[in-house]
Ligand binder design. Structure first.
Ligand SMILES: Cc1cc2nc3c(=O)[nH]c(=O)nc-3n(C[C@H](O)[C@H](O)[C@H](O)COP(=O)(O)O)c2cc1C
Length: 457
């Protein structure tokens, strides 16, 4: 701790996302007054120095240089109680390597490879119940076994000083009877079937999606409760929070979008009615774990799995305003140019109205490059930029962006294969054998504010 002044050190601890540190400070009256004093300082330590640089540069509009202070993506950002050291977020990425829907030890390596001190990671979509699955070997978080299996994975990410949220989902009709308990039909807002093919539990064969059944009105509270319990389990597993998956044509999106939702009860018809169930999920999850630990992902402009809306802009803004009422931590929007998971097309549509409406942290995802990420931060279009395929293939993406280094190419063929190594943990680092260097600058090691003295590498 030699090179730190005491106040800076205290400030770092206060900004620490690690719950085991924070309550100690808040409970103690001496520390409380120190906290008050330190919190009144705009920024502390290295984060403060870097932020001052970025503010200056963002005002002058010069942000494309190679120095950290000039790269908006590499500037710190405070997201609620979480002090982030940069704005490059790992997207939720289904990888189909959680055998029997139980997370596996190889996931600890995969996620920790992508973790940086003060970085923010979101897990792959994770089922809230035994009816939630629709892909082979996707993880769940509804059993004790799954919660226990997540713990070492979360620990591995926290050991690197990163913030880790789990994305909780239900696939709804994007499923097959083979994934459903008792071989029952999957459920949805509708009984209309999805076109296309479902990857079967074998991981190699495809079949048509199954005919879904529309949820009865009185069943909906049970599904809301599944999300609530999953969120509770997430905290038990050690996650810092949850992201509710309301995007990409899965269950919550199937209620929001008027192409799918053909209900005549209070969950169908008007925009307000179609958003009712997703918002009940948000309310229940926020009440369970605290709104400051909740994010929501939305793709109003998307048309994944035949799930599109006749007025996506209105849907995006309606949800942004509605989410404000719950005071949640962040909203995570998919760029309008992304129509399905990975297909993009140029469009004049924009997230600006949702961005303006939402009061919390705003994340954007979808075909972002280093340059477009810089631009969206610089223009105020988002607070954080979420990277999927580039982060999948470049475990040290923040370092590569900092150095403007070449990127590994992703291998689409191994996105959803079940090998615990190939296409998963074997993408090379820039400097093989070394960890990601987002915490390094000019060859000098930068201390991680979230780690204890004896944990510093
Ligand atoms: C292999 C793969 C798996 C994905 N899994 C999920 C998922 O589990 N949850 C989700 O919300 N989006 C998922 N997506 C979408 C990504 O999170 C991201 O929005 C998309 O890839 C576009 O971002 P990119 O252009 O940076 O890759 C997946 C995408 C890919 C390529």
């Amino acid at each position: 701790m030699m090179s730190f002044c005491f106040v800076c050190y205290v400030c770092l601890l206060i900004h620490s996302p690690r719950r085991e540190i924070r309550p100690l400070l808040i409970a103690d009256p001496v520390h409380s007054s120190i906290e008050k004093f330190a919190s009144s300082l705009p920024f502390c330590t290295l984060a403060r120095i870097r932020t001052m640089g970025s503010v200056r540069n963002s005002h002058s509009g010069e942000n494309t240089g190679d120095d950290d202070g000039n790269i908006p993506l590499l500037t710190p950002y405070r997201m609620g109680q979480f002090q982030l050291s940069h704005r490059i977020v790992l997207a939720p990425l289904t990888r189909c390597r959680s055998y029997g829907h139980v997370p596996q030890p190889h996931a600890a390596l995969y996620y920790s490879q992508r973790a940086t001190c003060g970085g923010f990671l979101i897990t792959e979509a994770t089922g809230v119940s035994d009816t939630a699955q629709g892909f082979p070997h996707t993880p769940g978080i509804w059993t004790n076994e799954q919660v226990e299996a997540w713990k070492p994975i979360v620990k591995a990410v926290h050991d690197k000083g990163a913030i880790f949220f789990v994305q909780i989902w239900h696939t709804g009709r994007v499923s097959h009877t083979a994934y459903q308990p008792g071989g029952h039909p999957p459920f949805s807002s509708t009984n209309k079937k999805v076109n296309g093919k479902c990857l079967m539990p074998s991981g190699t064969e495809y079949s048509d999606y199954s005919q879904p059944r529309a949820l009865k009105t009185e069943e909906i509270p049970h599904v809301v409760d599944d999300f609530r319990l999953a969120a509770r389990n997430a905290i038990a597993a050690g996650f810092d929070g949850v992201e509710i998956h309301g995007a990409h044509g899965y269950l919550l999106d199937q209620f929001m979008k008027d192409e799918v939702n053909d209900r005549t009860d209070q969950y169908g018809g008007s925009l307000e009615n179609r958003c009712r169930f997703p918002l009940e999920v948000v309310e229940a999850v926020a009440a369970e774990i605290g709104p400051e630990r909740v994010g929501v992902r939305l793709s109003p402009f998307g048309s994944h799995s035949d799930s599109s809306d006749s007025n996506p802009e209105a849907l995006g803004v309606y949800m942004a305003n509605a989410l404000n009422k719950y005071n949640i931590l962040y909203a995570h929007y998919i760029e309008p140019r992304v129509k399905t998971n990975t297909t993009t097309s140029e469009t004049n549509e924009s997230l600006a109205s949702a961005r303006n409406a939402f009061k919390g942290t705003f994340l954007v995802a979808g075909a972002h490059t280093r340059q477009s990420g810089i631009q969206v931060i610089e223009s105020g279009g988002a607070d954080l930029v979420v990277y999927g395929r580039l982060f999948l293939a470049n475990p040290d993406l923040p370092k590569r962006f900092r150095l403007n280094a070449p990127l590994n190419k992703y291998v689409r063929e191994t996105f959803y294969t079940q090998d615990p190594v190939k296409g998963y943990t074997d993408y090379p680092f820039l400097d093989e054998g070394k960890d990601d260097g987002a915490g390094e600058k000019g060859g000098k090691h930068v201390r991680c504010p979230f780690l204890e003295e004896d944990e510093q590498a």
